[in-house]
Design a protein around this ligand. Structure first.
Ligand code: BG6
Length: 500
């Protein structure tokens, strides 16, 4: 495939000078994701002309100690030491306890730093902390005036997932944050939204005229949304035991992939117009009801192998209860009750310790209405399929039928594909860099809006309640050996979605 022109870009420009305050600065997320993302932006000239990054956490550390700690964590990456030294001059550390007095001192520190660095009173707070601290930090920031935008600068708060653990807790968290921050100031992260192919789904659908006429129940037999992972729970049992696959992957990432696939065209490309259309899709989700075709199957990995390597079962992972009932796999079949999608099944599937990592949206078209060649060739003609792949490759693939060269009439299924890596040499910004950049420019396109997140929880909460009631049919856990495509009961669907 060849690119015909360079296309037009949504250009954010350079963000305003600002201070980025990271709570949870001594944690893994900061050193593994946030600082590398900010550093990558710095080396590509995407950071503001003036900026400070202030790490805050309970640990006692100096700014120098903080810089050293980050450098050590980054040392397995290729880094240009000179650029790092320049970047690190903007890094500060300020210890906090989560109490008002401590936040008052922090506010004074930030005011001084702002004067010194001429960052215009603009502040972005990133909550890289356990979820129990989100309401605490939001309230403390507000109580010491750090949510105020009156002096001309802006104040924004970036909230990591999970945003709540059910509908009630998500509503409560929104209410608490809204005491001091208005919706424009709140950025709820979903890193899937920042993936190139995920963003491309909208472009593919709405910047091309050939797809939209067939993007509906008349031509599409089913849709698959797949996020299969090869890795197990690793060292995150403390969090995962409380969340399981439905909270960890379905409520946020898979739901975003679903709405991008199913939404109507927005009237214009602007965050609120797009969010309005997304919210409408979630409102149209058919209430989960097995009597009306909805299905869910939950699983948990047991011992298995990846090639020659033996793998432990979930219950033997560090920090996991030996009788844990946390699902590590789920397959859900659901329906969207509207004119476009009535009765088209949407399969959402995700799991840990599966055969390999695959993230994709599958659009399975219906078979041809008249099987002209089937009668002559006595073979079954496979229907067209469009795969929007995020992993292992960022790619779009269309499967279709062709004639085999030669005098005999034979059909051959072929794939027309477009892989990002073949056409774009410039490494794209990592998902975290994108969300941080958008937070700094105040663009909400890649974040969840309050109504979307609450709607997503209102769909999923009754399902979770049924699943957590282990005596119910939906709550049954189906075991699967690590390194396979999940419980044997889903083999057929997995084969259908993964061509494996
Ligand atoms: C995170 C989940 O949000 O997404 C993890 O908490 C999961 O459990 C990860 O592994 C998957 O993200 P990606 O980008 O690797 O598909």
């Amino acid at each position: 495939m060849t690119a015909r022109d360079t296309g037009s870009r949504r250009n954010h420009g350079t963000p305003d000078p600002c201070t980025i305050v990271i709570f949870g600065a001594s944690g893994d997320l900061t050193s593994r994701k946030l600082i590398p993302a900010l550093f990558a932006m710095y080396t590509r000239g995407r950071m503001p002309s003036a900026f400070s990054i202030v790490g805050c956490s309970r640990s006692r550390m100096t700014s120098e100690g903080f810089r050293q700690h980050l450098l050590e964590r980054m040392s397995d990456q290729e880094i240009d030491r000179n650029s790092w030294a320049d970047f690190a001059e903007n890094l500060y550390y300020h210890p906090v306890t989560y109490e008002r007095d401590s936040f008052q001192i922090l506010a004074a520190f930030l005011r001084d730093l702002d004067q010194q660095k001429k960052t215009g009173g603009n502040r972005m707070f990133d909550l890289a902390v356990p979820p129990a601290l989100y309401p605490v930090i939001g309230t403390l920031l507000g109580s010491v005036g750090l949510a105020d935008e009156e002096a001309g600068g802006w104040s924004r708060i970036i909230v990591e997932k999970p945003f709540g653990r059910d509908l009630d807790s998500a509503v409560e968290l929104n209410n608490i944050l809204h005491v001091h921050f208005n919706e424009e100031q709140i950025f709820r992260i979903d890193h899937y939204l920042a993936k190139e192919t995920v963003q491309n789904t909208l472009i593919l659908r709405f910047a091309n005229s050939i797809l939209e006429p067939v993007w509906n129940r008349h031509y599409i037999e089913y849709v698959g949304i797949v996020a299969a992972e090869e890795l197990g729970v690793g060292n995150r049992a403390g969090y995962y035991e409380q969340s399981g696959v439905l909270r960890d992957m379905f409520q946020n990432h898979l739901m975003q992939l679903l709405v991008l696939t199913a939404m109507e065209p927005p009237s214009h490309y602007e965050a609120d117009a797009v969010q309005d259309e997304k919210a409408k899709v979630i409102r149209c989700l058919r209430e989960f009801n097995p009597d009306r075709g909805s299905r869910i199957l939950l699983g948990q990995y047991g011992e298995g192998r990846q090639g020659d390597i033996p793998l432990p079962g979930y219950r033997s992972e560090p920090g996991v209860a030996p009788d844990s009932a946390t699902p590590t796999f789920a397959l859900m079949k659901l329906f969207i009750d509207n004119w476009r999608w009535q009765d088209v099944p949407f399969y959402m599937v995700s799991g840990k310790r599966l055969k390999r990592k695959e993230t994709r949206i599958v659009i399975q078209f219906r078979e041809v209405p008249h099987r002209l060649f089937e009668d002559v060739l006595d073979t079954r003609i496979r229907a067209n399929r469009l795969v929007i792949e995020t992993f292992p490759e960022e790619a779009v693939r269309l499967h279709f039928q062709t004639k085999d060269p030669g005098t005999e009439l034979h059909l051959r299924p072929m794939t027309m594909d477009f892989a990002y890596s073949e056409h774009y040499t410039e490494a794209s910004l990592d998902a975290y860099a994108r969300v941080l950049l958008d937070g700094m420019t105040g663009d909400h396109m890649l974040f969840w809006r309050q109504d979307g997140i609450e709607l997503s929880w209102s769909f999923l909460t009754p399902v979770l309640e049924q699943c957590e009631e282990c005596r119910s049919a939906t709550g049954r856990l189906h075991p699967y050996p690590a390194g396979t495509w999940g419980p044997p009961e889903v083999r057929e669907v997995m084969h259908m979605l993964l061509d494996d």
